[in-house]
Design a protein around this ligand. Structure first.
Ligand SMILES: Cc1cc2nc3c(=O)[nH]c(=O)nc-3n(C[C@H](O)[C@H](O)[C@H](O)COP(=O)(O)O)c2cc1C
Length: 205
């Protein structure tokens, strides 16, 4: 069982490479919650090469003008193991400021033990500040088109639950959850879990 879980997580760590959205995975079981995996999109966005990212806490993106109350919000989510989405001022490697819509979400294993945090970063153009309400409206419309069951499954995914736990909590088989999951991903046009979590949070689930 342990081996299956570990193989699953190896897959998970590797799978972010194919994600076109900047993504990091951190390990809260190590001191200072360092990044253990990063994808190319993150390196392109922030200008940091992978060797300057892996092993560090993601706070290196913050700087003098970063809003402390938004950092507090992320810290709070990390402490409570609940997903947070904030639009925070961050800095690229060369010092350029950017508005970062960052999502930080916990990843639990089948035994409900916290294993990782997933972080995805999207640069918002400063002149498009009003994108956020639009994005929320769009997400709510997408989620509104799901069946009740699909919405329930998405809500659990958004809370960081894995297939096995969702099956247990909803008293359904894992196969059924996988089916709902595949259908709802298609309806949301979500290419992976991070994408689906983002839409779930934007929709207020
Ligand atoms: C997976 C993950 C991704 C994060 N991504 C960002 C980020 O993109 N920008 C940012 O300002 N903080 C990010 N943070 C938050 C910082 O790493 C850190 O938790 C926060 O600055 C509070 O740090 P402190 O409690 O040590 O002061 C991320 C945290 C995690 C766990």
């Amino acid at each position: 069982m342990q081996t299956i879980n570990e193989a699953h997580f190896d897959n998970f760590l590797g799978s972010i490479q194919f994600n076109p959205i900047a993504t990091v995975i951190s390990d809260p079981n190590l001191r200072d919650n360092p990044i253990v995996a990063v994808n190319d999109a993150f390196c392109v966005l922030t200008q940091y090469p992978p060797e300057e990212v892996v092993g560090r806490n993601c706070k290196f993106l913050a700087g003098d003008e970063t809003e402390p109350w938004l950092t507090d919000k992320i810290r709070d989510g990390v402490r409570r193991h609940s997903p947070v989405l904030v639009e925070i001022l961050n800095y690229k490697r060369d010092g350029t400021k950017f508005r970062n819509a960052v999502l930080v979400a916990p990843i639990f294993d089948d035994g409900d033990i916290l294993r990782y945090f997933l972080g995805t970063q999207v640069e918002l153009p400063e002149e498009n500040w009003d994108l956020f309400p639009n994005r929320k409206r769009h997400a709510r419309a997408l989620v509104g088109d799901l069946s009740n069951r699909q919405r329930q499954v998405l809500q659990k995914i958004t809370q960081g639950r894995r297939t096995k736990q969702i099956a247990h909590e909803l008293s359904l088989s894992e196969k059924t959850i996988e089916m709902h999951r595949a259908l709802l991903f298609r309806k949301l046009n979500a290419i992976n879990v991070a994408d689906a979590v983002r839409i779930g949070i934007d929709a207020g689930l």
